[in-house]
Design a protein around this ligand. Structure first.
Ligand code: ADP
Ligand code: MG
Length: 465
């Protein structure tokens, strides 16, 4: 008699190509049927086959589910990710039954090495519950980064990979990164995801090196569906860590796993970052999160007030948005300050109360872009209309780039807004100009001196022609 692989009633004989039956009871599988299934996979899906398939163990069929056991979790992962379709087709063809397959393992993961703190961490990642897409206000400053994050959260590894988001502090990078993680966790809870700061990554790395536990480290970071690292700019300081991250990145990327990172500047501006990592990051989507314009700042305050159930009159919203131009965290802080004063006093929020709560205005003079254009055009003897126009001759582009760099430094306008003053150029042109001038002044002392002098004049409000 042919051996059976699970207890219960016998299946129809092997090889019978009947109309697929629905299976609801516990069924057994004959050895020959199992060989048939494996052979079917070998013949029809040769690329998927691995040496360890010989050790897979069929566990029988229950309620239409055919269970196959593997030796460990990594194998189960591989089977789930790549082979479910192949085994389903093979099982249905070989048994003649309408069955689905599931994979499992009895293997118990070795207990964590108590000397390694990162092994003891809860697999549950800690996310701020407020950092979700619903609470994120979009505007021209962050539209691309937001759209890309949503796309990544809906199809990790498929949309933009890697996704690199950069921008000044307090502009919503961490919010977006965590929003991706929230969405993935909600939509696909089985996904293995890790959200960490770059500092944690480097700490884990050095700890693993010191304890000789690199294989655990690699297992942890290379068997993920989504790796999200915040403040990746700190990687530039650590040569060996970069090496390790490079290999982690490659392993994940080749397996079409999602890598998503944030930094305070674009890849090529990260001090000490290796060229090969710069090029890896640039191979995906690099999205800027820029300073928000007035309308976006007002929309954000509206939204934060709503979330905190604070009634804020329109003139107070405008007051906060006008006073705080560069950092959304500070916008929130201002709102909290005003609310706290209104609660202590037992008074409703009014413009006067808000002014009192926010204290005296920052006395630093605010510089207007036309003043910059005026000063630079007179220094370089070019017409204002040329600086703001589309001509691309060097004698005009250079002073125009200087204007853009000074505007970035001395005003609170976003890159996009600055571009608008100079013939409707886009944010990347402005960013390029700022970098070019920064670079040029490092090896041109004359230019550096002239820029310093113009900065001084503009800040004091004395920009004689
Ligand atoms: P970053 O990581 O760029 O320094 P965060 O993501 O920590 O900035 O954002 C700082 C604060 O500003 C957070 O409370 C975040 O919720 C809020 N914030 C930033 N951008 C937005 C936005 N577009 N809409 C709503 N809240 C935002
Ligand atoms: Mg952050």
């Amino acid at each position: 008699m042919e051996p059976v692989l699970a207890q219960g009633s016998a299946l129809p004989p092997f090889g019978r190509r009947c109309t697929l039956q629905r299976v609801t009871r516990m069924d057994v599988l004959r050895t020959s049927e199992w060989s048939d299934i494996i052979n079917h996979v070998r013949i029809h899906f040769p690329d998927l086959v691995r040496g360890w398939f010989n050790n897979l163990e069929p566990r029988g069929i229950q309620s239409g589910l055919f269970t196959i056991a593997a030796e460990n979790h990594a194998q189960v992962r591989y089977l789930i990710d790549h082979c479910r379709q192949a085994f389903t087709e093979a099982a249905q063809a070989s048994t003649g039954m309408l069955i689905a397959v599931r994979f499992e393992t009895d293997h118990v993961e070795p207990p964590p090495n108590p000397s390694l703190s990162f092994e003891q961490e809860s697999p549950e990642i800690v996310l701020n519950s407020a950092y979700v897409f619903e609470n994120f206000v979009t505007g021209p400053c962050n539209r691309l980064a937001h759209a890309a994050s949503v796309a990544v959260s809906e199809a990790p590894g498929k949309a933009y990979n890697p996704l690199f988001m950069h921008g000044d502090v307090g502009l919503g990078k961490t919010h977006l990164l965590q929003a991706v993680c929230h969405t993935v966790r909600e939509r696909e809870p089985h996904r293995r995801m890790l959200y960490i700061s770059c500092e944690t990554f480097t700490n884990h790395f050095f700890e693993a090196v010191a304890k000789g536990a690199m294989s655990q480290f690699r297992y942890r970071y290379r068997h993920l569906d989504v790796l999200a690292i915040d403040d990746i700019q700190f990687l530039g300081q650590w040569e060996r860590c970069q090496e390790e991250f490079f290999h982690t990145f490659n392993t994940l990327h080749q397996a079409q796993r999602q890598v998503i990172v944030c930094a305070d500047c674009c890849p090529s501006d990260i001090p000490g970052l290796q060229e090969r990592l710069i090029s890896r990051f640039n191979s995906g989507l690099v999205a800027l999160v820029d300073r928000p314009c007035l309308e976006t700042r007002m929309a954000i305050i509206h939204q934060k007030a709503k979330l905190r159930c604070i009634e804020v009159p329109e003139d107070v919203i405008k007051l906060i948005a006008t006073r705080i131009e560069t950092n959304i965290r500070e916008l929130e802080g201002a709102l909290i300050k005003i609310d706290a004063l209104s609660q202590t006093r037992g008074e409703a929020i009014t413009h006067a109360l808000a002014v009192e709560a926010l204290g005296p205005l920052n006395t630093r003079r605010s510089v207007a872009i036309p003043e910059i254009i005026d000063l630079v055009s007179s220094r370089y003897s070019v017409r204002v209309s040329d600086i703001q126009g589309r001509k691309r001759t060097k004698s005009i582009t250079f002073p125009r780039q200087i204007c853009m760099a000074l505007a970035r430094q001395l005003t609170h306008h976003s890159l996009e807004e600055i571009g608008g003053f100079f013939g409707g150029r886009d944010h990347s042109t402005v960013l390029y100009a700022c970098r070019l001038i920064d670079e040029a002044r490092t090896h041109d002392p004359e230019l550096d001196r002239s820029l310093q002098e113009m900065t001084g004049l503009l800040m004091q409000g004395q920009s004689p022609r």
